[in-house]
Design a protein around this ligand. Sequence first.
Ligand SMILES: [Mg+2]
Length: 122
Amino acid sequence: MDPRTRIKFNEFQEACKRTANTNLTHSQAAMNWALGIAGEAGEYCELIKKSEFHGKKLDKDHAKKELGDILYYVAMAATNLGIDLASVAQANVDKLTARYPEGFKRGGGIRQVNNDHEDDGC
Ligand SMILES: [Mg+2]
């Protein structure tokens, strides 16, 4: 794909609004988008599980669609919070750059607060 034609985060976020249910309260929308993230993450995990444990060839096109579904719900969750998707992405890059200034190294992250997923790279 030509990088000049790739959709930008905020363009994607705007496109997501076209199909979002607008008849929800703020609280209902928060639940809808959060549960959507979890549900679509589950669909993606199912593909990986079947590939890794059931001997099924990973269908990358299907995986790509499920990742897009996750991104849709992330975009709408950010919208519900009044946050633009590009700033979500940038904040993650900034966080990980601070945590892993030399790139990922197991046990080498610099953290403000220790937690139980230290070595997952995010
Ligand atoms: Mg899906």
